[in-house]
Design a protein around this ligand. Structure first.
Ligand code: KIV
Length: 271
């Protein structure tokens, strides 16, 4: 029987076992209690409280403005809802790049104040020292390579990363570094399928792709994109499973009409 059907709680060990058995890992973002409850109930393996909350929850253009306090608010809301999934919270921009002491104190705040099971950080060799320090405190770390949205102003665009040999080589070396350092998984964002396939075959920890093709050990999407709540964001890698923007808008319009026409509430809906 598949491992994901047997376990009552997903741990980093379960994910490792899933990779060994070639069982794909399903990961989605969530930022609040109600959505996390639905996703967990549906059987998702990992819930990422992503700093994409900065975009989809707060309406910022980038992930840069979101604060540690805000991530803790989202993280603790999600954790209260989850019974089975592994919950990973992003360390937001500016809370770990300074030095390893700052990184550890940010990670500790996330773990203590949200009850999450792991944190995620963007980068490779540059943040190795911070990862080592966080891991030494017993906090599991998920890496993130390829398109790293916290560095958007360095790259200038959200185009596919590591298409050129030099950048691809750096990504491969970074993946080895994250594995050797002790990360339990790595998100690979918006890179060529051939590269993600090469990385996935050569490292022992699971890779989770977003815009990285079918060979990664798992896939992740932002829940608002999957459900069609966001409309303007339409990259090639996105598969929309619903058009909630239109559905919610329709429901709200019906409600407005009912209120205006005095149809709501009716007698049965009144005391
Ligand atoms: O913040 C986020 O949602 C992410 C995923 C896109 C991997 O980092």
């Amino acid at each position: 029987m598949s491992i994901h059907k047997q376990v009552r709680k997903v741990t980093t060990h379960v994910l490792h076992e899933m990779k060994l058995r070639n069982e794909k890992i399903a990961m989605l973002t969530a930022y609040d209690y109600s959505m996390a409850r639905i996703i967990d109930n549906a059987g998702i393996d990992i819930i990422l409280v992503g700093d994409s909350a900065s975009n989809v929850m707060a309406g910022h253009e980038t992930t840069i403005p979101i604060t540690l306090d805000e991530m803790i608010y989202h993280g603790s809301s999600v954790v209260r809802a989850v019974k089975r999934a592994l919950v990973v919270v992003d360390l937001p921009f500016g809370t770990y790049q300074g030095n390893s002491k700052q990184a550890l104190s940010s990670a500790i705040r996330i773990m203590k104040e949200t009850g999450a099971h792991a944190i995620k950080m963007e980068g490779g060799l540059e943040i190795k020292e911070s990862i080592v320090r966080i891991l030494s405190a017993g906090i599991p770390v998920m890496g993130h390579l390829g398109l790293t949205p916290q560095s958007i102003h360095k790259f200038g665009t959200y185009v596919v990363r590591a298409k050129k040999e030099k950048e691809a080589q750096k990504l491969i070396e970074d993946a080895y570094t994250l594995e050797e350092t002790g990360c339990f998984a790595i998100v690979l964002e918006k890179i060529p399928s051939t590269l993600s396939s090469q990385v996935t075959k050569n490292i022992k920890i699971p890779t989770i792709g977003i815009g990285a093709g079918p060979s990664t050990d798992g896939q992740v999407l932002v829940i608002h994109d999957l459900l069609g709540i966001t409309q303007e964001f339409s990259p090639r890698f996105l598969r929309r499973y619903h058009n909630l923007f239109t559905e919610i808008k329709g429901a709200v319009r019906n409600y407005i009409n009912d209120v205006r026409s005095n149809d709501f509430p009716n007698e049965k809906e009144s005391y």
